[in-house]
Ligand binder design. Sequence first.
Ligand SMILES: Nc1ncnc2c1ncn2[C@@H]1O[C@H](COP(=O)(O)OP(=O)(O)OP(=O)(O)O)[C@@H](O)[C@H]1O
Length: 367
Amino acid sequence: MNAHSPITADAAIPASAEEDAIIRFEGVAKSFPARKNSAAVHALAGIDLAVPRSSIVGVIGRSGAGKSTLIRLVNGLEKPTAGRVIVDGTDVTRLDERTLRSVRRSIGMVFQHFNLLSSRTVFDNVALPLEIAGTDRRTIEQRVNPLLELVGLADKRGRYPAELSGGQKQRVGIARALATQPKVLLSDEATSALDPETTRSILDLLATINRELGLTILLITHEMAVIRAIAQRVAVLDAGRIVEQGDVFDLFTRPQHETTRSFLAAESGRELPAFVASQIRPEPVPGGQVVVRIVFRGPFATHPVLSQLARELGIDVNILGGAVDSIAGRPFGTLIVGLPNNGSSLDKALAFLKARDLDTEVLGHVA
Ligand SMILES: Nc1ncnc2c1ncn2[C@@H]1O[C@H](COP(=O)(O)OP(=O)(O)OP(=O)(O)O)[C@@H](O)[C@H]1O
């Protein structure tokens, strides 16, 4: 996959035009017309996004960024004002309602609030899309029972939604989304209503489904932790535009856009330790230290670079905080260090780190 690139809407280039994309947004815009008491809303503009077949792609954005609108364009619940949305070779923006209904069967969807029918059992909720499609009872039994096994609810087939926990309800929602054997699964904040532990188990289930069934998943979320847990690629949506997109590891370790950085602020090691945050200031402090964030990627994450720096350049390095972690199975570390506030030592230290392919960022100054 390509490294990520910050893009402006006007110069937007598909992340990976040559890849086998099962979903492709091409120059998509969506505006909602003005109404009596409200101005027109430009919900999306200049969207170019490719979702490779069998991948998990996340779209992250704040409330109102346009996430729901974007996902509703895939199953034709919204029509774009400009551009095309291609799903498995079909431009879904040009279909009549009847053809769209059949295409929707190849697109499963899971929702934040599960959207189960309270008067139907677990089995009958999962069977519903098959009944609507006119599937015979025997085939329904053959399809639904393994799906209940897959989501771990075989023993709950006769229960009603009110008798289930949030996590179990979402498992029913996932089984129902898979009933018509879709090519694509859309997830609209599927874990936002769940506690962290249940979130983890639902994300694990989605990852298993992706791996075992090869099902492509496009998910929208406002949480970086969700992206980090299961996505391979990510697009950051801000006020209707994709401001940055790419490989999850690259985006987490080399965020380019301010919005991405703010989403990452609470991620491990990026947050300044409280005692530094309370003292840090933008202007140099005479005789003080410069606070620098160093990001270690890949093999350098475990090298003793700082002790080399201290030894070879004779510069004191004061470690203020940090963490070593892994994203998508690749190690990376973040260290917050204090370096002497003296021009030549600082320049030498930054050049030393750059020569070892480490990213540095001057965050401010402390006494
Ligand atoms: N049917 C509609 N008519 C008018 N404006 C709409 C409509 N649907 C969405 N919008 C507007 O489009 C913008 C994007 O909304 P959208 O629901 O896609 O954002 P979102 O990122 O999903 O937000 P949230 O996380 O709060 O659900 C918002 O300003 C919203 O008010």
